[in-house]
Ligand binder design. Structure first.
Ligand code: CP
Length: 313
């Protein structure tokens, strides 16, 4: 079993319940991973993913090996049949097989470059490892998705929802840099499995991939969308249509206390204070961001547990 996207989850509420059970007794399955190794390869920076995924593995008794591939690994070639006489020193065919000899599960982080839509959509790094690794592969945020984050978000919503069918708003917010779509793509996919009123608010030019948002309500009116919200998930993303462009930095889209009202605030972190969200929101008891980060451990732990259990059967 790989965990490359939310499609790996057969029934989200069951996974969420199992993750919450792990949270109540994190070391209950410590024997499961004894003698097993998780290898974490980072092509991009991380705080939460790196530490929470290692913590999850340690809770299951696994050993971990971490490599910052971007700075420390050989530059990888992903094309087949290339004459490798330029900057790329190693082919994914060898690299993935070699890494697989050292571990039982390999986890990969490789962001979108945001320059070439087709290349990003092709997920060449993640799919390269999927194709050539001989052990299960876990997505720790790829060009297109961040399914560990979305699973942690589902756990966080379940822990805090007061009604059977909460209103959940995904709102774009300004940011000085072009950011990828992975977090919001997976959040939208996750919300498809939730009983909720779900709406996406974004300025013109920021519609997400229509293959992902098909049938999901969306609006350019943030104020209207926020009315009656129980959870407000805020995130910047760059334009998908005008791929990777920053078309808008309107500070009126920042989330303030007034806008949030009685809703809970969610963000995957890291977040730019007073650009994406006001200090007053971040520092209030309406912010679930620290819980979301904590739940990253149990999202990763349920994924690793299921992979280990499948490998045992
Ligand atoms: N939310 C998240 O993935 O955080 P990091 O980028 O710090 O891992």
């Amino acid at each position: 079993m790989n965990y490359l996207s939310l499609a790996a989850i057969d029934h989200l509420p069951t996974w969420v319940n199992e993750a919450r059970k792990l949270k109540s007794d994190p070391l209950a399955h410590k024997a499961l991973g004894t003698g097993k190794t998780l290898c974490l390869l980072f092509f991009n920076n991380s705080l939460r993913t790196r530490l929470s995924t290692q913590k999850a593995a340690m809770n299951l008794g696994m050993d971990t090996m971490v490599m910052n591939f971007g700075g420390e690994g050989w530059a990888l070639e992903f094309e087949d049949g290339t004459i490798m006489d330029q900057g790329k020193a190693e082919h994914i065919k060898e690299a993935a097989q070699v890494v697989s000899q050292f571990c039982d599960i390999v986890a990969i982080r490789a962001f979108a470059g945001l320059e070439d839509k087709e290349k990003d959509q092709a997920e060449i790094v993640l799919n390269g490892f999927k194709k050539y690794a001989t052990v299960p592969v876990v997505n720790m945020e790829s060009s297109v998705g961040h399914p560990l984050q979305a699973l942690a978000d589902a756990i966080t919503i379940a822990e805090n929802q007061k009604t059977v069918r909460p209103k959940v708003v995904l709102s774009w917010a300004p940011h000085p840099k072009a950011l990828p779509h992975a977090v919001v793509n997976s959040f939208v996919e996750m919300m498809r499995h939730q009983e909720a009123d779900f709406v996406i608010a974004h300025p013109e030019g920021y519609a997400l991939d229509p293959n992902i948002t098909q049938g999901v309500q969306s609006t350019h009116d943030q104020q209207e969308a926020l009315k009656g919200a129980d959870f407000v998930y805020v995130k910047n993303w760059s334009s998908f249509t005008d791929y990777g462009a920053v078309l808008n930095q309107d500070p009126d889209w920042m989330i303030t206390e007034e806008k949030l009202g009685k809703a809970f605030f969610m963000h995957c972190l890291p977040v730019r204070r007073n650009v994406v969200v006001a200090d007053a929101v971040m520092d209030s008891d309406r912010s679930l961001t620290i819980s979301q980060a904590n739940n990253r451990t149990y999202a990763a732990q349920i994924v690793l547990k299921k992979i280990l259990e499948e490998g045992r059967s």
